[in-house]
Every structure is written in structure tokens, then in C-alpha cells.
Design a protein around this ligand. Structure first.
Ligand SMILES: Cc1ncc(COP(=O)(O)O)c(C=O)c1O
Length: 373
């Protein structure tokens, strides 16, 4: 009888989903991984106009439309003064597919992939699906990833190390100095650095920098997406930027697994990136205001809270039984160990939820925290 592939048998459905399924219908949901804002009108119109003009009925080029890839390349120039050739971009079905392409194209069975722990759940799962061996690395006290810890974890078997800033689940933003170090490590050890920048525009303190800016070799690959920046998680549009030889390898996977990203989504993404950026600024301002309210509320409840500088998550240290107590009171939070063994003793809260609900949730959390102390 045909058995299931061992690679896939090792992967389980995300612990986050289990929390959602256990929750009641009118619970306040602080478990959400997507902005609670609408997709900007001009992005929607980009798709609608392309559909009406009959430009979305056929496959696009495998890498994506030339005009979308030009828009993405111009974005890197506009935002970071990085020169990117549109030929060195593949438009993907969200950041998720982009992560998959990088790992499929660069990881051989048994090779190791280093990633932050706690970290985004896909790094472990996609490493296993690629036949690789996950090598989670713990974080600093402020929940950033220490380049020295990455360097120490590198062995002859290491194929890739993952950097994610701003980070899910911590909200931590890596400093420029760290990003320079990640680039040096990729260069000196001749190991690929996958930099996951899907939250690149959601930064409150400091600024987003990328190891891609600093590397001397082509050992840095960038993954990003419209999903979080433009509140377009449902559109499924991301991309990967890399040297041409790497893009050509990733294209082999993308071409056969996906053919091309959805055409309407490509037109929406192009409009989002080239149109007015005010909706992004407004959303980031709202997240920053909520971040301050949530951090203050958690500190007032007596919790230790590393201040997140980006994304829309906060990861307080919590006492034993805290998540259960909060979940019992109908506030959904995600236990930190859903993001790796080092997440134990923490919880992830998302503030992609309206201010009134957040304030109500903070009062409930205050009661729950007293109850477990
Ligand atoms: C760190 C990180 N990378 C990648 C993704 C995937 O994003 P997308 O929805 O574009 O596939 C997510 C989604 O939550 C994420 O948090």
C-alpha cells in the first residue's frame, strides 16, 4: 500500500489553528496574523480594471508580469536605494510560496536550516518538507536574533539561515549592525541567508534594514509580500528577490508547482505598490498607538514585556497556566511554544484588532493574571 511521505508525516497542523478551534464564537481574538484594515481601494481597482480589460484571463509570464516586477524593483530603489533587476524577481503566491521556493531550491536532504526560536511556524515545516533538518536557535533577552548565535550554529551541513525582521511572533526589529553581521556571515561562511521581510513596512522604532544591502556575494535572498503591508493576505501575492542564478533554480520549482501567481492579484499588487502609500502610513500609525496601549496594559497587569518595535505582535513572559486562564475568559492568545520550544513561558498577542476590543481584552487579562499569581 502507498504510505505517506515521511517528510510530510513529520509536519503537523499549526498549533495556532488548534487554539482558534477551541475558542467560542464571541471570544476576543488576539490570535490574528493579518491586519484588520481593508485592502486599499486603488489596489482593488487595479485588479478590477485588469479583469474588465480582459487582461487576467491567461497565464502571465512564469516570473510574473513585467510591469509588476518593474514596480517591485522600483520599490526597492524608492525605499532602500537598492538596485534590483526585474529579471531577478519571481512573483509568488504570497510570502509563503516564496519561502518554499527558497528552501526547495537550496536545501538537500539532511542539510540544516537555522531559524529563530520562537519563530514563524513555516520555517520548521518548510524545512522538513524540503527534506532538511531544522536547527532552531534561541533569541536574546530582547527577543532579537543574535548573529553570534547563528554563526555558532553553522556546521558543514548548513544550507540556509533565516532572518525575520520585523519578526513574527515577537515584533522584534533587528538593528543595522545585526543586519551587517548577517550579511558578513552569509559571505564568509558561504551559506545562504533567507531574509523574510514581509513586515518590512510595519516599523515603529528605528528603521528596517536588510542584509541584502550589505552582502558582497549573492548569498542573501529576500522574501516579501503585499500581504501585511497592504492588508492583502487573501490576494496571495508575494515575491522573492535573488541573483539570477538563484532565481533560475527557484523558477524551476515555481514553474511546475504554480505556473504563475494569480493574474488579478498581480495587477492589484502592482497598483498597491505604485499608488499612494498613505493607507500604509495610517495603518502603521494605528498599530503603533495600539502597541503602546497593549504594552502599558500588560506591564500594568504585572507582566514582563519586551517592547516590540514592529509588526503587530507582542510577546510577554507569562506565568504557568496563564494562557489557559486567558483562553477560559474568552480572549484568544497563542501559547509561545506554538512557535518553538524556546517560546515556552511566553504568549503571542496580536493587536490587529480594534482599540475598544483591545482595551476590553486588557481588563480581562489583568483579572486572569491576578488569578494565576
Ligand atoms: C514572518 C512571516 N513570513 C511569511 C508569512 C507568509 O505570508 P503570506 O500571507 O504572504 O504567505 C507570514 C504570515 O503570517 C509571516 O508572519
Amino acid at each position: 500500500m502507498t504510505e505517506f511521505a515521511a517528510r510530510v508525516e513529520q509536519v503537523s497542523i499549526s498549533g495556532i489553528r488548534e487554539v482558534f478551534e477551541a475558542a467560542s464564537e464571541d471570544a476576543i481574538n488576539l490570535g490574528i496574523g493579518q491586519p484588520d484594515f481593508p485592502t486599499p481601494d486603488h489596489a482593488r481597482r487595479g485588479a478590477i480594471e485588469a479583469i474588465e480589460a480582459e487582461r487576467t484571463d491567461a497565464y502571465t509570464s512564469n516570473k510574473g508580469t513585467r510591469s509588476l516586477r518593474e514596480a517591485i524593483a522600483n520599490k526597492y530603489d524608492r525605499d532602500y536605494e537598492i538596485d534590483v533587476d526585474p529579471a531577478d524577481i519571481i512573483a509568488t503566491s504570497g510570502g509563503s510560496e516564496a519561502l518554499h521556493l527558497v528552501l526547495e531550491a537550496h536545501v538537500d536532504p539532511g542539510q540544516e536550516v537555522i531559524f529563530p526560536d520562537p519563530g514563524f511556524v513555516s520555517y520548521d515545516a518548510l524545512t522538513r518538507i524540503a527534506g532538511g533538518t531544522p536547527k532552531p536557535v534561541g533569541l536574546r533577552e530582547d527577543l532579537t536574533l543574535d548573529p553570534a548565535a547563528v554563526e555558532e550554529a553553522i556546521t558543514d551541513e548548513t544550507a540556509v539561515f533565516v532572518v525575520n525582521s520585523p519578526a513574527n511572533p515577537t515584533g522584534a526589529v533587528q538593528s543595522e549592525e545585526d543586519m551587517r553581521e548577517f550579511a558578513r556571515i552569509a559571505d564568509e561562511h558561504d551559506v545562504l541567508c533567507l531574509t523574510d521581510e514581509v513586515y518590512e513596512h510595519i516599523v515603529f522604532d528605528g528603521e528596517h534594514r536588510s542584509p541584502f544591502e550589505f552582502a558582497q556575494t549573492d548569498n542573501v535572498v529576500v522574501v516579501s509580500a503585499c500581504s501585511k503591508t497592504y492588508s492583502m493576505t487573501g490576494w496571495r501575492l508575494g515575491w522573492v528577490v535573488a541573483s539570477n542564478r538563484r532565481i533560475e533554480r527557484m523558477l524551476r520549482v515555481h514553474q511546475y508547482a504554480q505556473a504563475c501567481a494569480s493574474a488579478p492579484a498581480q495587477y492589484a499588487a502592482e497598483a498597491a505598490i505604485t499608488g499612494p502609500q498613505e493607507p500604509v502610513r495610517e495603518m502603521v500609525d494605528a498599530f503603533e498607538e495600539r502597541r503602546d496601549v497593549v504594552v502599558d496594559g500588560l506591564v500594568d497587569a504585572g507582566l514582563e514585556v519586551p517592547t516590540p518595535s514592529g509588526a503587530f505582535y507582542v510577546m510577554p513572559k507569562v506565568p504557568d497556566g496563564w494562557c489557559e486562564e486567558v483562553l477560559d475568559r474568552d480572549v484568544i492568545v497563542v501559547p509561545g511554544d506554538a512557535f518553538g520550544a524556546n517560546g515556552e513561558g511566553y504568549a503571542r498577542l496580536s493587536y490587529a484588532t480594534g482599540m475598544d476590543e483591545l482595551k476590553e481584552a486588557l481588563e480581562i487579562i489583568d483579572d486572569a493574571t491576578r488569578a494565576v499569581r
